[in-house]
Design a protein around this ligand. Structure first.
Ligand code: MLT
Length: 380
């Protein structure tokens, strides 16, 4: 990366990396250069910066996960679900002294609501900022100062932002503050949605009873800009012998960087433009996505990639259909009216999201083991 900062100037303020650095160019340059030093470190150094006392502290990238972390989260999610159903109170006490800010600068329903409910399950005090105009940017305050303010009030930050590097930015700000609160990336730009990756993994793991080696994933739709595809594909590359088919028109194909990452870890990659029907019988998991037209281009979905009702029958026995949602026309609407169809997983996938986020918050604050132990005691 070059060392000069090429700011774009809007309404008298300076932007770089889709982040607002304030109204004064000298100050903006000074701060942005420091941030650049942070992101110019090696991926391993950045990963280490996200750890604290041997545990992942900032949950920002799927490439920071390993199988033991994922197993811990999945086991905790399963235990939390059971404990909360049987005796809600014991979970509620766990994080009642902690507070969290849900800072969502992009639209969100599922991620926002499931985080909010997960926090409530653990008894956390929670606030939200969903309209960026209510922050002090309009007074010329940089996003750096605004985030640092958040770190002096809250014990954790859950953030969603259109910038591809906002997660790194938030970690950098926290590391420079006197209170390094955990950052949880609830979706940054086009590349990462690690908590969706975790809940998708939890769903897959539950569906296949933990037998995940050699599974074939068929990702369909906007593989270029679907951040959930990127996160899940990286996570699944941790398992031996997995195959990933990316079915999309050329312009919406998976990017080379992600392809290289997962190939290097042993996943076989197939980039396909064939109609979905021709490949459907290969899949253990079909992962549909919508066209991410908020990033530009046409929103028209290619009919060859629509999942039709008939395809459920063409899928292998035991295979599943997933979607991170929101969906539009990429899944046959008749499928929504099938009650409890064993292959149709996207509604259950949403419900799993809340429990995966309970587990994640519990992990971040070090109370995950208490939940698992409590569940063990309840079973005997
Ligand atoms: C996301 O935030 O990436 C969503 O959950 C998936 C989408 O918007 O298509």
């Amino acid at each position: 990366m070059k060392n000069s900062i090429e700011f774009s100037e809007k309404e008298g303020g300076f932007y770089w990396g889709n982040i607002y650095w304030g109204k004064n160019k000298k100050v903006a340059e000074f701060d942005a250069k420091k941030f650049k030093e942070f992101i110019n470190q090696s991926p391993e150094e950045i990963k280490q910066a996200c750890y604290k006392e041997g545990r992942l502290n900032h949950i920002i990238r799927a490439e920071h996960f390993d199988l033991s972390f994922l197993e811990t989260i999945c086991e905790t999610a399963r235990a939390a679900r059971k404990v909360a159903k049987l005796e809600d109170k014991s979970i509620k006490k766990l994080l009642s002294s902690k507070s969290v800010l849900n800072f969502f600068a992009q639209p969100s329903q599922r991620t926002f609501l499931s985080f909010s409910l997960a926090e409530a399950h653990l008894g956390m005090r929670r606030e939200e900022v969903r309209d960026i105009r209510t922050s002090s940017f309009s007074k010329g305050e940089s996003e750096k100062d605004s985030l640092r303010t958040i770190s002096s009030y809250f014990d954790a930050l859950v953030c969603r932002n259109p910038s591809d590097i906002y997660d790194l930015f938030a970690v950098w700000v926290m590391k420079n503050s006197d209170r390094e609160i955990p950052v949880i990336n609830a979706g940054s730009g086009k590349r990462e949605h690690p908590t969706q990756g975790i809940l998708d993994y939890y769903t897959v793991r539950e569906s296949f009873k933990g037998e995940l080696e050699g599974r074939t994933f068929v990702y369909v739709g906007d593989c270029a800009r679907g951040r959930t595809v990127h996160s899940l594909a990286k996570i699944m590359a941790l398992h031996k012998g997995t195959e990933a088919y990316f079915i999309a028109p050329e312009e919406l194909q998976i990017d080379e960087e992600t392809e290289k990452y997962i190939v290097e870890r042993g996943t076989k990659v197939f980039k396909e433009t064939k109609p979905l029907k021709e490949l459907i019988n290969l899949a253990d998991v079909v992962y549909m996505t919508r066209i991410q037209d908020e990033h530009g281009g046409e929103g028209e979905y290619n009919q060859d990639y629509v999942f039709s009702l008939e395809m459920l029958e063409l899928m292998k026995e035991g295979s599943i259909l997933m979607h991170p949602m929101p969906k539009r026309d990429e899944i046959d609407p008749r499928i929504d009216y099938l009650k409890k169809h064993p292959k149709v997983m996207y509604w259950r996938q949403q419900r799993n999201g809340m429990w995966a986020r309970v587990a994640l918050l519990a992990y971040v604050f070090g109370v995950d083991e208490q939940i698992r132990k409590h569940y063990q005691r309840m079973k005997v």
